[in-house]
Design a protein around this ligand. Structure first.
Ligand SMILES: Nc1ncnc2c1ncn2[C@@H]1O[C@H](COP(=O)(O)OP(=O)(O)O)[C@@H](O)[C@H]1O
Ligand SMILES: [Mg+2]
Length: 231
């Protein structure tokens, strides 16, 4: 099982400004296999966020095809895509998007209420995640009462709560201190050990795990691919 990109291209048009279109991702093909660990590394503007959005079915490609298992996204309804995403994908966006009137705990739980687990179990797991992220005690705070890095941690807990088969994390540790970054990456490792695929986009170098696929991105294309890392 995998999420597959087949020669995907994404062009952004700026109709109002009259400037030339931006080719954010250019003819990229990649397989994200279940159980794999992938890092997409590159400078700002190289196309990482766009590629992650394409792979997660959030952004529609201008050309090429995204395939979730055997679902060709261009051939199925938006509802089918949403259902797959709900069931199988966890997405940590680069910029935090939290409901400002909900508490930390409510923000973590609310998109996950469809999970076939009791609210008690979900709450327990959410609190465990908050503890590991050093955010315990702030579960009743509102996003406006937290720092940018703390908001990011809430987004991380929210995506991890459902133990997604595929986790896409956009700059998950770029604004965190080293200790917190390590806890976040440890949580990703735990998920990976349970068989999930982890895909990280980052402009900061990240320590590679054993058998990490590392793609270096530049101007919308992969420049380099290596596999390896620490045992
Ligand atoms: N929604 C958008 N509309 C127009 N241009 C965009 C949009 N998102 C990204 N871009 C452009 O696409 C290029 C790649 O951006 P992005 O995928 O965010 O790269 P990265 O995540 O590596 O910084 C940049 O030149 C950026 O300005
Ligand atoms: Mg980005």
């Amino acid at each position: 099982m995998s999420i597959r990109a087949q020669s995907v291209t994404k062009v952004y048009h700026h109709p109002m400004s009259g400037t030339t279109p931006v080719v954010a991702v250019k003819e990229i093909s990649v397989d994200i296999n279940e159980g794999s660990y992938t890092i997409i590394f590159g400078s700002t503007g190289s196309g990482k966020t766009t590629l992650l959005g394409l792979l997660a079915g959030i952004i529609k490609p201008t050309n090429g095809e995204i395939i979730f298992h055997n679902l060709h996204l261009s051939e199925v309804s938006d509802n089918a895509v949403s259902l797959f995403r709900e069931q199988s994908i966890g997405y940590i966006p680069q910029n935090t998007l939290l409901m400002k009137d909900l508490t930390v705990l409510e923000n973590i739980l609310s998109p996950n209420v469809f999970l076939k687990k009791s609210i008690k179990q979900l709450k327990e797991y959410a609190l465990m995640l908050l503890e590991q992220l050093n955010l315990l005690g702030k579960e009743d705070f509102k996003p406006g009462e937290l720092s940018g890095g703390e908001n990011k941690k809430v987004m991380i807990a929210r995506a991890l709560l459902k133990k997604p088969k595929y986790l896409f994390a956009d700059e998950p540790v770029s604004e965190l201190d080293d200790d917190t970054a390590r806890s976040v990456l440890n949580l990703f490792t735990e998920l990976h050990k349970e068989g999930s695929a982890v895909v990280i986009a980052s402009h900061k170098p990240i320590t590679r795990r054993y058998k990490t696929d590392l793609y270096t991105m530049e101007s919308g294309q992969f420049q380099e691919y290596t596999t390896g890392g620490e045992k």
